[in-house]
Design a protein. Structure first.
Length: 415
């Protein structure tokens, strides 16, 4: 399926990577992820625990997502204008303060939908500036041929947090209350900010001062000029449209109807295990044509949808979800590394912001559309068709010559 799927590298090379500038970033990002992974679960349970109304939770979650999407492009422009290190420190301090205020409300049993939604809105605003800076700073800290290893390490910590965080959050909510889980997240933001202060100052020249709207237009020009980035982003948008709604909305319906709620939990655990397993393997994997190989591996993510449509039994869907997790993880790592290697550093945050926005805009459309479609034509039929559509979306970018032929910078990760 790929050329030179894996080659062992000296163990000292990873230690050197973690001892360098990237090490402090990795430490801060890991602490941040550990806290944040608990918040979604803790906040959902805490809001339901305090209000008893599912509608409140929908408002709180929407209040967080909307400002992130609206301000994402501005966040990318700001991250390209100023020190990304400074932006990350400031953003984490602000997020910690907002989470601490939210924790105080919950711990004092002074729940108010208005206040909780406003604080959630604030974290969404900060998130719009955090994401582009996080994606743009890695090439400042790691040599170009070590980016795949660095991104695989980051994916490992992220996927580990996805598995452990919700479990810990559930335990905290059921024992001492959701406020304490949110308080842990606040502390994690501040600890991450402290770790980020140990990152050396910016290594790139300061951006030329011009109006923010000019930066946004320049970022769009760079994004549009990179045809392979546009093609890949279109593929991601189509993939999200075919995958997210059917998997997260119809998946639980199909599995629970046959194997109960525990069956869907088993499927989710299998996918998380696949994500984590591949991120661990990718630390030592060599891909000579990472974009092409990432697209081919990414087709595995169609398997859970096809298994839902053709079988709908947890014992069939779970192995497919594990394989899908493997493919999704490697596709994400190769994409992140290729962007960081190929896009000019001074434009990277803006390009990734356009990539995120255009890729994610299809998600709410997918989530809203699949319910009526499933009711009209059958949930399993829609899952099957979307699995085929997702497969096509993964392969679509291979029509671009650069995607098919692009080589890794040195054929192997740096040592």
């Amino acid at each position: 399926m790929t050329e030179a799927l894996g080659t062992a590298t000296p163990p000292t090379s990873m230690r050197l990577l973690l001892k360098g500038r990237f090490g402090w970033f990795f430490a801060g990002r890991t602490v941040d992820l550990a806290g944040s992974s608990m918040t979604t679960t803790a906040l959902a349970l805490a809001v339901l625990q305090a209000s008893g109304r599912a509608g409140d939770l929908g408002i709180v979650l929407a209040a967080n997502l909307v400002p992130t999407l609206v301000l994402l492009l501005v966040g990318g422009a700001v991250a390209d204008r100023m020190s990304r290190r400074t932006l990350l420190i400031s953003a984490n301090l602000a997020s910690g303060a907002l989470m601490a205020a939210l924790a105080a409300l919950l711990l004092a049993h002074r729940y108010s939908l208005t206040y909780v939604a406003l604080l959630s809105f604030g974290t969404g605003v900060v998130g719009a500036f955090t994401s582009p800076a996080l994606r743009g700073i890695v090439p400042e800290l790691v040599a170009r041929d070590g980016l795949q290893r660095a991104n695989a390490l980051l994916a490992t910590s992220q996927n580990s947090a996805r598995i452990l965080g919700p479990v810990l959050a559930s335990v905290l909510v059921s024992t001492v209350g959701g406020g304490w889980a949110v308080a842990v997240d606040a502390l994690s933001f501040w600890l991450a900010a402290l770790a980020f202060t140990r990152i050396p100052g910016a290594t790139r020249p300061p951006a030329a001062r011009q109006a923010l709207w000019r930066d946004l237009l320049d970022g769009w020009s760079v994004f549009r000029s990179l045809h392979w980035v546009v093609v890949m982003t279109v593929g991601f948008a189509l993939g999200n449209a075919f995958n997210v709604g059917p998997l997260n909305v119809l998946g639980p319906q199909v599995i629970a109807g046959r194997d109960g709620a525990t069956g869907w939990g088993f499927v989710q655990a299998a996918r998380a295990a696949g994500l984590l397993a591949m991120s661990l393997v990718a630390v030592r994997m060599v891909l000579r044509r990472p974009l092409r190989d990432g697209r081919i591996w990414g087709t595995l993510s169609a398997l859970p949808l096809l298994a839902l449509g053709l079988s709908g039994r947890a014992w069939v869907v779970a192995p497919a979800a594990f394989l899908g997790g493997l493919g999704f993880s490697l596709a994400a790592i190769t994409w992140e590394s290729t962007l960081q290697q190929s896009v000019p550093t001074e434009s990277l945050s803006r390009v990734t912001a356009y990539d995120d926005l255009l890729s994610f805009v299809a998600i709410p459309v997918s989530q809203l559309a699949v319910g009526p479609l499933g009711a009209a034509y059958g949930a399993r039929t829609i899952c099957t068709l979307c699995g085929i559509g997702y497969l096509a979306a993964c392969l679509l970018p291979l029509l671009n010559t650069y995607v098919r032929t692009q080589h890794s910078p040195a054929g192997q990760p740096s040592s």
